[in-house]
Ligand binder design. Sequence first.
Ligand code: DC
Length: 224
Amino acid sequence: MIQIAIDGPSGAGKSTVAKALAKKMGIVYVDTGALYRTVGYYVRSQSKDPKNAAEVEALLPSVKVELKYENGVQKVYLNGEDLGDRIRTPEMSMYASAVSAIPAVRAFLLETQRKIARENSVVMDGRDIGTVILPNADVKIFLTASDECRAQRRCDELRAKGIETTVEEVLADMRERDANDRNRAVAPAVAAPDAIPFDNSGMTPDECTDGIIALIRERVGGDV
Ligand code: DC
């Protein structure tokens, strides 16, 4: 069994690298941001304020979040329903970031994440994987890129999904969300002391993945 933790700010390319690694290594990819997005989606559907900890906490008993894998692709079910790309909008990014600062929400999603890593070899991406969820992960990577680079990638991603936006708009949203995530009191989005920093500004996805594979090989040996 192996555990690989990939943390870092939004748009750093965590999911692209993590998916490529999972495929190459034949292990499970866990996108933990999708769990927070799903809780955010539910809060929005109930017309509640995602920053109001008491209101959000009161909703949790009626939320069931399940991770399932269909043909190797992760699906997150909310009360039995697959939300698909509905959790991928810029609005849901903000809702996810807001609810993720609430300690009860983090506690609520903790076991779902640890359980899948107990039962499978995983590459897990998020913000607190190396610090909180898998503190004993075999390899921890903290992935970053310049703000401009990250905003351009996120913008391209959103446009590919048919969501019209501009780089400036994405950059402003991203900075606000990163500041929320980095400065919150519980499980702030910071590198674990033993994480390897990796800046992929200007790299193609393949170059970044190859660089990370080389780092993993150094840490765990050649069978990657
Ligand atoms: O990775 P993402 O953009 O889908 O994550 C959405 C939000 O969820 C992000 O702004 C912060 C939060 N998050 C978190 O707090 N901890 C994680 N492990 C993953 C995501």
